[in-house]
Design a binder for this molecule. Structure first.
Ligand code: CUA
Length: 310
């Protein structure tokens, strides 16, 4: 190499190397883009999308976020909405069945948070005023930790949640037994007209359910009495808290075993649950359904309960 001006040959040599390096970096960029395309196409990778806007003060009136949580859209298809805020996710625990295809809608009430589900490729930035959307299918059962991975303040490290994926059968069972809504729905549709939505009944006309049902349940034989009452009705004068009732409780055989169990569980826990309460199962109702009684037999059963002076 000589000092001073470059010769034409030296200049061309350098230019050649520049072109080589440019092509290498160009090929690397192409390679990375192809990798991303490949993972999107075959590995189920997801890119979160923006699906709309909502400002934090609109959250309570936004149908998606007013009551964040799990909604069933179709068999095995769920919509999960989550509101992130310093320093928690609402809801903090999400339960879904294996195979659930989930549309996540996420937003933040305050600052930027992260939404990362351990052992999955779900990792979304959650921004105030923006709704992030992403679809994910949970293929295996287990408990997945949910973390915020954007520093959001002094207690950022405590911003945790979990997603619990259970076998489909277990999920169905959990939904039925925790289906307060089913029991409440049945109660409001069928029972509230007489016993009132408050369960307090109408003095002298319709007996109270609230409180009284717990009294019946805890009496000896009460657990067996209640399904018999709902399935067969009741006829005969009764006295509750100083009021006399002489109406007719109709039989509710048209309700399914699940529905009867749910409405009993609701009535027993909506206001004050008996201590050590074991919810009714549908199978228990089936057993009672097989014994055919009439409304007068149920009255006799009721009198055999030791209801303390009634
Ligand atoms: Cu929320 Cu860190």
């Amino acid at each position: 190499m000589t000092h001073g001006k470059m010769t034409k040959g030296e200049h061309e040599g350098i230019a050649r190397w520049e072109r080589r390096w440019l092509s290498v970096s160009g090929l690397m960029s192409l390679f990375f883009v192809l990798l991303i395309a490949y993972s999107l196409a075959t590995e189920g990778a997801h890119i979160a999308q923006r699906s709309g806007r909502t400002t934090p003060d609109q959250l309570t009136s936004n149908p998606l976020f007013a009551e964040p949580g799990v909604r069933t859209m179709a068999p095995n298809q769920y919509q999960v909405t989550v509101v992130a805020q310093a320093f928690a996710f609402a809801p903090a625990e999400i339960r879904l069945p294996v195979g659930a295809e989930v549309d996540f809608f996420l937003t933040s009430r305050d600052v930027i948070h992260g939404f990362q589900i351990q052992d999955t490729n779900v990792n979304v930035e959650v921004l105030p005023s923006e709704i992030s959307y992403l679809r994910y299918t949970f293929d295996k059962a287990g408990e997945f930790r949910l973390t915020c991975n954007e520093y959001c303040g002094i207690s950022h490290q405590n911003m945790l949640g979990k997603i619990i994926i259970v076998p489909a059968s277990e999920f169905a069972r959990a939904t039925t037994s925790s289906a307060d809504n089913l029991g409440e729905q049945i109660f409001n549709t069928n029972c509230a007209a007489c016993h009132q939505a408050s369960g307090e009944g109408v003095a002298g006309a319709f007996p109270p359910v609230r409180g009284h049902v717990n009294e019946l349940f805890t009496a000896q034989g009460g657990r067996e009495y209640l399904p018999a009452l709902l399935l067969n009705g009741l006829q005969g004068p009764i006295e509750i808290a100083g009021n006399t009732y002489n109406g007719i409780m109709p039989a509710w055989r048209q309700l399914s075993d699940e529905q009867i169990a749910a409405v009993l569980n609701y009535s027993l826990t909506a206001w004050d649950a008996p201590s050590e309460f074991q919810p009714y199962e549908a199978s228990e109702i089936l057993g009672a359904r097989n014994q055919t009684l009439n409304a007068n037999d149920v009255y006799t059963l009721r009198q055999a309960l030791n209801l303390g002076g009634q």
